[in-house]
Design a binder for this molecule. Structure first.
Ligand SMILES: [Ca+2]
Ligand SMILES: [Ca+2]
Length: 308
């Protein structure tokens, strides 16, 4: 795999006038057009997270090579309707007091926003944007921390894809495909996935009592129950898995780079819901509105789709 990236200094000149809220038709799996699009001020967007308490979205921007410690990653806030909230990034690796290189998955626990950043997990105060803590996992061999999700007890689960990009942006696999569990600011390896599967998105499936995990380099949808030491393959999809969420009706929805799709997984079967979404990365989800945010990693764009 070879990726093309755009690196540049970031200025947010304006927010697109967008409107959300129009319901999609009855029984239609997805609407025919996104209900909102953000395409200004983004640079290699990787992940979107919905904050139901503050009624806004967070959007992580890698800004360059996904494994380069270049100090220029940033996190934006978007209003519920998908308009830019800030004239400057809410959290900006270019600021002297912030370390942020290539932010990817995010999770909220209380008033802390947790962010995966290559081989570190960083916490920021969600009101001020100030640093809470920086937890380094490099000594444990982390190479590509990717998605972050919080368990019911506040434990953070973080995938490590185990990959790296060389200067020509070719992918190598120097690390393990696995999940870390982080509690009381101590990280431990929770489970290892098949070699080179490149664990990416994870989401808690409450009905199953397990985490569902997709791999960037695997067609499998994996399940893992905390306390056990292996994963189970539940079924297959197109591969190139990145983000995964559990919809309000219990089905899993994941993004695939292999066929540029959003694909739903239920009863052991994968079904393509929508194509035409190139390089779709980590999904955000507002269950109340049935709204899915899809960052198009190589196109500096986020599209908001209604899924019912
Ligand atoms: Ca960067
Ligand atoms: Ca991801």
């Amino acid at each position: 795999m070879r990726l093309a990236f755009i690196t540049r200094r970031v200025t947010i000149a304006f927010a697109l006038p967008v409107t959300l809220g129009a319901a999609c038709g009855d029984r239609t799996p997805m609407a025919d057009a996104p209900v909102a699009v953000v395409s200004a001020g983004l640079a290699t967007p990787e992940s979107v997270l919905w904050d139901s308490v503050r009624n806004l979205w967070y959007l992580s921007n890698i800004n360059g090579n996904p494994t380069a410690k270049d100090g220029n990653g940033y996190i934006l806030r978007l209003t519920a309707d998908g308009a830019m909230m800030d004239s400057l990034p809410f959290i900006n690796g270019a600021d002297a007091d912030i370390v942020l290189h290539a932010p990817k998955g995010m999770a909220l626990v209380g008033d802390t926003l947790w962010v995966a950043d290559i081989d570190a997990v960083r916490g920021f105060n969600v009101t001020t944007g100030n640093v809470v803590t920086n937890l380094e996992l490099g000594l444990q061999g982390a190479t590509f921390l990717n998605d972050v999700a919080a368990g019911a007890d506040g434990t953070l689960y973080i995938t490590d894809s185990g990959i790296a990009f060389d200067a020509s942006l070719n992918v190598t696999h120097p690390g393990k495909s696995r999940v870390f569990a982080l509690k009381d600011r101590m990280a431990r390896e929770a489970v290892v996935l098949p070699a080179q599967s490149a664990a990416n998105g994870l989401a808690w499936d409450a009905a199953r009592g397990a985490w569902l995990i997709v791999g960037f380099n695997s067609p499998n949808i994996f399940a893992w129950t905390p306390g056990t030491d292996s994963v189970t393959a539940l079924g297959t999809g197109p591969g190139g898995g990145d983000g995964i969420i559990i919809l309000a009706d219990g089905r899993a929805l994941f993004s695939s780079w292999a066929d540029s799709s959003l694909t739903v997984f239920a009863d052991g079967v994968s079904t393509k819901l929508r194509g035409g979404l190139p390089a779709p990365a980590d999904l955000g989800y507002d269950a109340t509105r049935g709204l899915v945010a899809v960052p198009l990693f190589q196109h500096d764009r986020v599209e908001f789709w209604t899924v019912k």
